[in-house]
Design a protein around this ligand. Structure first.
Ligand SMILES: [Zn+2]
Ligand SMILES: [Zn+2]
Length: 735
């Protein structure tokens, strides 16, 4: 028996790795989980290295309690990548490794045995379409789950997903559709389905041809393709080529629920080697997918943000779809950008030889366009939309216009014509609820949130006042809480109110509202979209949920009710977000055989960026916006790190950040400027006061070397215990 000293990263918000003693023949390798005593408790940690015993001789070390894995869960390349990420974002390694693990493994539970007893589809069962089993919904559900999971599932996972289902399984077995089995990994070399897919357009062919030679090493591509130009087809060809070579593929998407079409296409075309990894999965399901990716049984992983931290055996290609989407940035805890890490992961893949990464979007982020301009990314474009024309954009000046429920006469008439032609109209407003505020006309009372510097939104169907920032709810009062008058009025527009106005104006026309409230129940989004796809004349009302990749072939007119909020947002990225959202919404129009029209209501028809967007499209807008950023020395022409602090006492966050600012001055790094501290744009949120300190530099290295020296001193600051604070490297939101 040998005594060894292990370096263990423990999942706690502290920046150190800890030494523990272990007495075994063979000490556990890096990447193995161990249970260790920590403080007065017990924690799960990951071995990240071994120490030479002499270096810590004499120190009193505690022993490892249990070695949890026989083999490492992280291989050397994966571990090195996560170490890099922890270092870059200045975040504790233990928490980064924790974020990369499925929940059960993170808690220290034993890994699920992959050879678990379970059930699989027989050949007869595989040919049954669950959708046709209406009269036996339980059986249909079991069949659908088995199909989704490569034809086989463990008994435990099935029960977790569907509840107890032994009688259902017995019935299915009697029909000869399922049989018991041990759930094993499919062999790594599963054959790809034959289907070749549609013929490529000239542009698609050129894009594929430009990328194909790069599959041997690292290369970054920005694939800018207008909505409907067929970026997915390009992804599929590339993925297929990489899979054929026996390597694996990672596809990152903003939100699985909003991109079911993309997921379905990958699954249909590339078949059994696809695993989907996202937070909507049950814990066990997620762990199985994670393990399959680690063992190389799932060779194409489609996932949201956190999938970039997961294991991938023999990585050969990374794709980030809708790369501009802000949801790729984690907004709490370990605040990483999945898009940026995707590029790093591709560069470090295959022992440093690298693999290609493709960032795709109809509206690329200014960061990525800047990287393309500087030659770091290869810029490929798809301008044409096969079989359809791009929609036309026009501004509607609504100054001095009478509005009906926020909509001008011109917009309402255009909707009427669209309906008369048997087409569909889409009315876009990025604000759910009935009205953003309830007001008393007698005394001026407003429905302020008691916990935030914000108003509570009125939700008419539930009769609630609801704060969209902290979630606080209360019954909407009938009389003014301040003066008792009955003169309460909703002010402004939300999607529920638009729906009500349109229902009054166009009686008998089917109305489909799509926002978070209308799609809370599982499957409801798909159901609403199917109604829209199947129907004839109809009106759709929705928030940005409608802007994502849904195909709505019957929509020929899009009305944007209010674009002005995006022109003057507190965040310097507000205009970029507004433009991206507008172009994405516009992309819904005219995807079938009809040309689309987009009418944008504004009180600022002369706003330069808005005019540029409408006249020159997104590329012209992006060029103008980048020039503005360069002139103002803002990202991507500068690098930022944001300290946020919050506390229940109003003065504490500011006092703490003043201490941080003083420390940065002491460190004397002239390339880095410190702005603040200032109150956050919404100073009070959920009952806590918040302040910001922004550090900015022309270059990355001075900023990061400053942070490295600064953080130990910040942790030791006297006020650091009175506030909750965090550091956000490359913040994408300054709110
Ligand atoms: Zn009142
Ligand atoms: Zn609130």
């Amino acid at each position: 028996v040998k005594r060894s000293i292990l370096e263990v990263a423990v999942d706690v918000p502290l920046p150190t790795v800890y030494d523990y003693l272990v007495e075994t023949e063979e000490p556990p390798a890096p990447g193995v989980r161990v249970a260790v005593p920590f403080g007065n408790g017990r924690r799960c940690g990951v071995v990240v290295g071994h120490r030479v015993a002499a270096a810590v001789a004499g120190a009193k070390l505690r022993g490892v309690e249990t070695i949890l894995d026989e083999r490492p869960l992280f291989d050397a390349e994966h571990l090195a990548f996560l170490r890099w990420a922890a270092d870059y974002y200045h975040h504790p390694l233990g928490e980064v490794l924790g974020a990369a693990l499925p929940v059960r493994l993170r808690r220290g539970e034993a890994a699920l045995p992959l050879g678990e007893a379970g059930w699989r589809l027989t050949a007869a069962g595989a040919s049954v379409d669950p959708a046709h089993q209406r009269r036996a919904p339980r059986q249909a559900a079991v069949l659908a789950q088995l199909r989704e999971h490569l034809g086989a599932l463990g008994h435990g996972t099935l029960t977790e997903l569907l509840g107890a289902c032994t009688p259902t399984l017995r019935a299915l077995r009697a029909k000869g559709w399922v049989e018991p089995c041990r759930v094993k990994d499919p062999p790594p070399g599963v054959a790809l389905p034959e289907e070749a897919g549609p013929e490529l357009t000239g542009e698609q062919r050129r894009a594929v041809a430009a990328m194909m030679p790069a599959v041997a090493g690292f290369a970054a591509f920005l694939l800018e393709g207008v909505t409907g130009s067929g970026k997915t087809e390009v992804y599929l060809r590339l993925a297929r080529a990489v899979l054929v070579q026996g390597r694996s593929v990672l596809v990152l998407v903003p939100e699985i629920a909003l991109t079911p079409q993309l997921v379905r296409r990958f699954t249909r075309r590339l078949g059994d080697c696809v695993a989907v990894l996202h937070s909507g999965l049950a814990d066990r399901e997620r762990e199985v997918a994670w393990q399959k990716a680690r063992l190389g049984a799932a060779r194409l992983v489609i996932g949201t943000r956190s999938a970039v931290l997961g294991p991938l055996a023999n990585l050969g290609l990374v794709i980030v779809d809708e790369e501009h989407d802000p949801s790729f940035k984690q907004q709490d805890g370990f605040r990483y950008s999945a898009r940026d890490l995707a590029v790093v992961r591709a560069r470090r893949a295959r022992g440093g030889r690298g693999c290609p990464v493709v960032l795709g979007s109809a509206t690329p982020s200014l960061e990525s366009l800047h990287n393309a301009g500087a030659g770091r990314f290869v810029h490929l474009q798809l301008h044409r939309r096969p079989g359809a024309v791009m929609p036309t954009l026009a501004l509607l000046d609504i100054r001095d216009q009478p509005l009906e429920g926020g909509m001008s006469r011109v917009l309402l008439q255009a909707l009427e014509q669209t309906l008369a032609a048997g087409d569909q109209g889409l009315v876009f407003l990025n604000r759910r609820g009935f009205a953003p505020v309830l007001a008393c006309y007698d005394c001026g009372w407003l429905s302020d949130c008691p916990r935030c510097d914000a108003r509570q939104t009125l939700h008419a169907t539930s009769g609630l006042l609801w704060c969209h920032h902290c979630g606080a709810q209360r019954r909407a009062p009938v009389r003014c809480p301040q003066c008792g008058a009955h003169d309460l009025h909703p002010l402004g527009q939300g999607t529920q109110r638009l729906e009500e106005t349109l229902a009054g104006r166009f009686p008998g026309v089917p109305l489909i509202r799509i926002d978070r409230d209308a799609t809370r129940r599982k499957g409801s989004l798909e159901r609403l979209l199917n109604v829209a796809r199947a129907g004839n004349a109809a009106l759709l009302v929705g928030t940005q949920m409608l802007a994502k990749g849904h195909h709505l072939p019957r929509v020929t007119l899009v009305g944007v009710v209010d674009v002005d909020g995006g022109l003057f947002g507190a965040d310097f990225r507000a205009a970029e977000r507004m433009a991206q959202l507008l172009i994405q919404v516009a992309g819904r129009a005219g995807r079938g055989d009809a040309t689309g029209r987009v009418l944008i209501q504004t009180r600022y028809p002369d706003h330069p960026l808005l005019r540029t967007l409408v006249q020159g499209g997104y590329p012209a807008f992006a060029a103008a916006a980048l020039a503005e950023r360069a002139a103002a020395q803002l990202p991507p022409f500068a690098f930022q790190a944001l300290f946020r602090a919050e506390a229940t006492k109003p003065d504490d966050p500011r006092a703490f950040l003043e201490g941080v600012a003083a420390l940065t001055i002491e460190l004397r790094v002239p390339e880095v400027e410190a702005w603040g501290p200032v109150p956050a744009p919404m100073e009070r949120k959920a009952g806590r006061y918040r302040a910001h300190l922004l550090l900015q530099s022309r270059g990355r290295p001075p900023l990061h070397s400053l942070l490295r020296r600064l953080l130990p001193a910040v942790r030791a600051l006297a006020g650091s215990r009175r506030v909750r604070w965090s550091l956000d490297v490359d913040p994408v939101e300054l709110l």
